[in-house]
Design a protein around this ligand. Structure first.
Ligand SMILES: C[S@@+](CC[C@H](N)C(=O)[O-])C[C@H]1O[C@@H](n2cnc3c(N)ncnc32)[C@H](O)[C@@H]1O
Length: 440
């Protein structure tokens, strides 16, 4: 390879943008590479995916006609390297030209050279006056995020920090203790070097992802059903709080990851490989967590490939799956029990609309939530809605929607009827780096 970083970043972009592969899967598929080159390639490709709209707006005035897609990707890589990541312009132009030649795009090497030299001559002023949050967000997504769209899109420009959950009683030093109990470290922190990792006391979990299990408020010794459990960040929280957890997951490989993570943490959970829409327990549960599969648009800061991979048509099939899982969860909920529904999605169709429909269809009603540590996240209906533009003083948090449901006939009508755990005790230890994935 000429320049392993650029060649690998190009391969990542091709995989995401032409083969609809996730960036994580594309990274896994890269040939063996020095870890620094790999990290640099990831950083460069993620930057391009985050800012493709802005890069197009910068390049547009210098393009007489639209170049083929691979050439456009090389132009994006070159422009991103010096405009957004601080690489020297001459080096970025040179490696982009070399990359065009290496990828059998030699007829376009002159174009790449000429266009990038013009962008380099303009310098950082090339970005002046551009509405980057708007340019870098698909129109359908912007429209769906309503009044929060600008704050959300602006937050997507930065890499997400690293949040950690710890087992009750374990004090994790060195990070920022957030009001909800998670401990925050800067993006890029090395997970294996964190205290508590090797001893199985901590795991990676965004502060917002830690809220659903906390809001279920599991009691020590209580039987708790965790539907859609892998990779297990929430399972770990529930088990570490002393609950007797049954975790249902239908994907065999992901079940393997879940079991591996629980084993590392030394937590005992009854793991069931099954489709939660058809599996039924012998006895109903008073506490159910349904962390449903979703579009994961709340995790775009961590997964900027989602800006390109997600399409509006995906949402409809996901809402059908969410309804089927809510139907199943309602059947497994004991009288007087509570069900927490959560998705790491910013899409209203996957959030409040699913709860409205479930209440109309299933004889359930909302039991409003309270979250004194983050009161701005509680909606007028009593659901919790977080988004990356929230909590700017701490560096934002993932987008989650969380609602609590009870049987409509249940006598508990007040939030106070359901015992909430205090912040730190619900936070558990650490899962591996795989727990930073969408929805974890
Ligand atoms: C959002 S992720 C769950 C994240 C997990 N709760 C955590 O905190 O780490 C959704 C999971 O649901 C699983 N899943 C999807 N449909 C399912 C079904 N019908 N039954 C069981 N698991 C399902 C997926 O394989 C995926 O692992």
């Amino acid at each position: 390879m000429n320049d392993p970083t650029r060649e690998s970043a190009f391969a990542l972009l091709q995989a995401v943008l032409t083969k609809n592969t996730s960036l994580d899967a594309a990274l896994d598929a890269l040939p063996p590479l020095d870890s620094r080159d790999r990290a640099a390639a990831h950083r460069l490709a993620a930057c391009v995916l985050r800012h493709a709209g802005t890069l197009d707006a910068v390049l547009e005035p210098f393009l007489l006609r639209q170049p083929p897609q691979p050439v456009r990707h090389i132009l994006w890589l070159g422009a991103a390297a010096f405009l957004l990541l601080g690489a020297p312009a001459h080096a970025a132009v040179g490696t982009a030209v070399d990359l065009a030649r290496a990828k059998k795009l030699a007829p376009f090497a002159g174009l790449v050279n000429a266009v990038l030299r013009k962008v380099a001559a303009a310098g950082p002023a090339a970005l002046d006056g551009l509405d980057m949050p708007r340019l870098d967000t698909p129109a359908w997504a912007w429209a769906s995020w309503g009044k929060n769209a600008r704050a959300i899109a602006a937050a997507h420009a930065a890499e997400a920090p690293l949040d950690v959950s710890a087992k009750p009683g374990f004090t994790l030093a060195g990070g920022e203790l957030l009001p909800t109990g998670s401990v925050r470290f800067p993006a890029g922190t090395s997970v294996p070097e964190l205290p508590g990792f090797s001893t199985g006391d901590i795991w990676i979990q965004d502060a917002a992802a830690a809220l659903p299990a906390k809001l279920l408020a599991p009691q020590p010794g209580e039987r708790v059903l965790d539907l859609c459990a892998a990779p297990g960040g929430k399972t770990a929280q529930l088990a570490a709080a002393g609950a007797l957890v049954t975790a249902v997951e239908r994907d065999q490989a992901r079940m393997g990851t879940l079991k591996g993570n629980l084993s590392r943490l030394g937590l005992n959970v009854d793991c069931v490989l099954a489709d939660a829409t058809t599996w039924r327990p012998a006895q109903k549960f008073t506490a159910i967590l349904l962390d449903a599969p979703c579009s994961a648009t709340g995790t775009i800061r961590r997964h900027p490939d989602l800006l390109h991979l997600r399409k509006p048509r995906d949402i409809q099939s996901l809402t059908q799956a969410q309804d089927a899982l809510l139907d199943a969860a309602a059947q497994m909920l004991a009288p007087g029990g509570r069900l927490i529904y959560a998705v790491c999605s910013l899409q209203p169709e996957e959030g409040a609309a699913r709860i409205d429909a479930a209440c109309a269809r299933l004889g359930l009603r909302r039991a409003p939530l309270s979250l004194p540590e983050l009161p701005e996240a509680v909606t007028p209906q009593g659901d919790v809605r977080t988004h990356p533009g929230m909590w700017p003083q701490h560096g934002g948090l993932d987008g989650f929607f969380i609602a609590r449901l009870v049987h409509a006939t249940s006598s508990s009508t007040q939030d106070d009827d359901i015992v909430e755990c205090s912040s730190p005790p619900c936070m558990l230890g650490e899962l591996g780096p795989e727990f930073s994935g969408a929805g974890g």
